[in-house]
Design a protein around this ligand. Structure first.
Ligand code: TXA
Ligand code: MG
Length: 356
């Protein structure tokens, strides 16, 4: 376990200039320390991306295996040139979406230590839009290597309190810059030697957004974890622990009335006392009439995937602290921003999907 350190929480006052406030955070980064900071996706756990020893501290604080590579955060899209071998496709994506919630995997240069890139020959670069993040990178004068600021195994943090829960005593500073705007991690694409673009992780920037640039995108199998149609899969736990709360999560693929019926008989047949339902706003009232000690989470309107993305990790973290026997949730559509939700939720449910 990582040695306990004295963590300073720095609350940003958005009425004052960011530069002065973030100076102490930048000093910590320059000196090889750890700073958790907000981005427009989720909070990151940052350190000097050119310092192998600092990368080691990140892995220790997260409890993360050191073969899992870190994203290098840059202040300006052209800075990718210093750490990777860029290409025309990179610049087309950068011109359209950076700064913003997208990460691009490119061939690495030696300026990024192997420890930071998990031993790979590639490096993932991202230029965040959040002003606290971009100011911190600029002031530090180095690229900031940062995974999401959760302990390994919990959902990514989207509020400063989530970070405080996970990282107090493990990092030098937590910069509280309020809630993250989007709430799910960045879209990740890799660009191959042949210029082919592959989606590795879905996020706010969708496949359609990238294809609108005239770039065709193939979707890595891992994104949907390819299930055969009609298959009700319960995958072996380990690989999918990443987003999984302590209790069982069951995704229901079907309309709300069918889901209501299913939940009612499931809890009756299994003698379940305490459980929760993640519900689109339209059905909160209906699910509230279910029997037993049921908690209903309002997930946002059915058509409002932005609201759902914003609340998902907060709901999962809350659910994790209760003693629900089971949490039911709707299966999102596997398209557009829905694909980002789908990708996180099938993992939270360890693939337990009921086709109604
Ligand atoms: O929105 C985000 O991307 C957040 C914020 C803090 O920027 N960061 C984030 O980092 O989600 P992390 O480490 O939790 O997730 C990054 C993912 C990991 O699954 C990692 O394996 C993958 O990106 N990754 C990093 N470098 C890679 C590379 N060179 N090739 C393939 N995958 C890579
Ligand atoms: Mg993560």
């Amino acid at each position: 376990m990582a040695k306990m350190i004295d963590t300073r929480v720095l609350r940003i006052d958005f009425n004052l200039p960011l530069e002065e406030q973030l100076q102490p955070a930048a000093e910590i980064i320059k000196n090889g320390g750890l700073v958790a900071f907000p981005t427009e996706t989720v909070y990151g756990l940052g350190a000097d991306g050119t310092n192998a020893e600092a990368a080691g501290k990140i892995y220790a604080a997260k409890g993360r295996p050191s073969d899992n590579p870190l994203i290098i955060h840059i202040a300006n899209p052209v800075d990718a040139e210093k750490y990777t071998v860029t290409c025309d496709t990179y610049y087309r994506i950068a011109a359209a979406f950076m700064p913003g919630p997208i990460t691009v995997v490119l061939p690495a240069r030696d300026t990024v230590p192997r420890a930071t890139r998990g031993g790979l020959d590639t490096v993932a670069v991202r230029c965040p839009e959040n002003p606290v993040a971009s100011t911190l990178i600029r002031l530090s004068g180095v690229p900031i290597a940062a995974p999401s600021a959760n302990r390994s195994g919990s959902p990514s943090p989207t509020t400063a309190n989530h970070v405080i829960d996970d990282m107090m005593g493990r990092v030098d500073m937590i910069v509280d810059g309020g809630d993250c705007d989007f709430g799910l991690e960045s879209t990740i694409v890799s660009i191959g030697n042949d210029n082919s673009v592959t989606l590795l992780r879905p996020g706010k920037i969708t496949v359609a957004d990238i294809e609108s640039l005239g770039i065709s995108v193939s979707i890595a199998d891992a994104v949907k974890d390819k299930l055969k149609d009609g298959e009700v899969a319960i995958s072996p736990g380990m690989k999918y622990r990443h987003y999984a709360p302590n209790c069982e999560v069951i995704l229901l693929d079907g309309d709300a009335n069918a889901a209501y019926e299913y939940i009612g008989s499931y809890v009756a047949n299994n003698n379940i006392e305490k459980y929760a339902v993640i519900s689109y706003s339209e059905y909160v009232e209906m699910y509230g009439t279910l029997h037993g000690d049921v908690h209903i989470y309002d997930f946002g309107a059915k058509a409002d995937e932005i609201a759902q993305a914003h609340s998902l990790f907060d709901i999962l973290r809350h659910a994790d602290k209760q003693d629900y026997a089971v949490v039911f949730a709707p299966l999102p559509r596997a398209e557009g921003i829905g694909l980002a939700l789908y990708n996180r939720m099938i993992r939270a449910a360890a693939h337990k999907i009921i086709r109604l």
